[in-house]
Write a protein that binds this ligand. Structure first.
Ligand code: ZN
Ligand code: ZN
Length: 312
C-alpha cells in the first residue's frame, strides 16, 4: 500500500482519490472555463414529402419540416485563456492610468511580469508532465497546445496518479492554479457583464457576438474587444442581475454569481441570512448528490441591496 503526499492511503498509485480529484479540478480550471449556460435552439429540418401509393380516404398535407431542439453551450474562458488575455491586453494597451498617480506604472509592470512568468511556468509544467505521462504508457501525447495537454491529463487521472512523481506534479499544479487565480483577480477588469450579443455578420448571416464583456469598476461604458460594440455598464449589469434573479442556486453559486456581477456577497453571509430565516429554502437540484438546499438569487440580491442602501 502506498501513501499519498497528504498521508492518506493511495492504493497502487501515488495519489489518493481526494488528491486526484483536486489535481483534475485544477487542470480543468486551467484548460476549460466551464459551462456558463446552455441554450436551446429550435432547428427546422426539412422532411422529404411522403408519397403514399395506397388510396386514402382523406388527403393530408404532409409536413415539410420538423422541429428539433439543438443544445448550444456557452462556456467561460479558462484560467489559462484569462491569463493570456491579461498579458495580451497589457502588451497592446499598456497602462490605463494617466500617469498622474505615483506608483501606478510600477504596479502595472510588476503585474505584467507576474502574468508572463506564470504563463511560462504553467507551459513548462504542463508540457513536461503531459509528455512524460504519455510516454510512460507508450503513448504519444494527443495534444499540441498547453490547454489541450492539460485537458488530456485531466481526462486520464489514472495514468497521471500512477506516475511515481505525481505528488510533485499535484503540488506544482495546485500552486500554479492558485497563482493564476490571484493574478487574474488583481486584474481591475473584474465585473462580468455577460456575452456581448451585438448583431454581427457571421458567414454572411446575421448572428450575435459571443465575446465575454468585462468592465473595469467605475466605468460607465465598455467596448467589446471583439466587435467594437459599446455598452452602457449599469444598464447591462441590471439586465444581467434581473436575468439571474429567478434562478435557484446554492449559496456558493449565488456568492460567485453576484460577486461577479458587482454585488459583493460571501457564502457565509448567505448562510447567515438562511440561519436568521430571511431566505426560503428550495429543494435541491435533482443532480446534486450532496442534496444542498437552493435559494432564489433575487431574494439574496434584495437583502444585499437593502443593506447597501442603509450603509450608503
Ligand atoms: Zn492525498
Ligand atoms: Zn461584441
Amino acid at each position: 500500500m502506498n501513501l499519498c503526499r497528504c498521508g492518506k492511503p493511495a492504493r497502487d498509485s501515488t495519489l489518493c482519490p481526494d488528491c486526484v480529484r483536486q489535481v483534475v479540478t485544477d487542470l480543468r480550471a486551467l484548460a476549460t472555463g466551464g459551462v456558463l449556460r446552455i441554450r436551446v435552439h429550435q432547428k427546422r429540418i426539412p422532411v422529404p414529402a411522403v408519397v403514399t401509393l395506397l388510396p386514402v380516404a382523406e388527403v393530408v398535407t404532409p409536413a415539410t419540416f420538423r422541429v428539433v431542439d439543438e443544445l448550444h453551450t456557452d462556456t467561460r474562458p479558462s484560467l489559462y485563456e484569462l491569463l493570456v488575455d491579461t498579458l495580451v491586453r497589457r502588451d497592446h494597451t499598456g497602462s490605463d492610468s494617466i500617469g498622474a498617480v505615483s506608483g501606478a506604472a510600477a504596479f502595472e509592470v510588476d503585474f505584467h511580469a507576474a502574468a508572463s512568468e506564470l504563463k511560462a511556468a504553467i507551459d513548462g509544467v504542463i508540457r513536461t508532465w503531459a509528455v512524460d505521462v504519455a510516454e510512460r504508457h507508450g503513448r504519444e501525447l494527443p495534444a499540441r497546445s498547453v490547454r489541450k495537454a492539460a485537458a488530456w491529463l485531466a481526462a486520464n487521472p489514472a495514468l497521471l496518479a500512477a506516475h511515481p512523481d505525481a505528488g510533485d506534479f499535484a503540488d506544482q499544479i495546485t500552486k500554479l492554479t492558485r497563482s493564476a487565480l490571484r493574478v487574474i483577480d488583481r486584474d481591475p477588469e473584474k465585473v462580468y457583464l455577460g456575452q456581448c450579443g451585438a448583431k454581427v455578420i457571421v458567414d454572411k448571416a446575421i448572428g450575435s457576438c459571443e465575446a465575454d464583456i468585462y468592465a473595469p469598476p467605475g466605468r460607465p461604458v465598455v467596448q467589446c474587444r471583439k466587435c467594437g460594440a459599446i455598452w452602457d455598464v449599469p444598464e447591462r449589469r441590471e439586465f444581467l442581475l434581473a436575468a439571474v434573479d429567478d434562478q435557484l442556486a446554492t449559496p456558493p453559486e449565488i456568492s460567485k454569481a453576484l460577486t461577479r456581477l458587482g454585488r459583493e456577497v460571501t457564502e457565509s453571509m448567505i448562510y447567515g441570512y438562511v440561519h436568521r430565516g430571511r431566505l426560503n429554502p428550495h429543494p435541491p437540484h435533482p443532480h446534486d448528490s450532496r442534496g444542498r438546499a437552493r435559494y432564489r438569487v433575487g431574494d439574496v440580491r434584495a437583502i444585499v441591496d437593502a443593506l447597501t442602501q442603509q450603509e450608503g
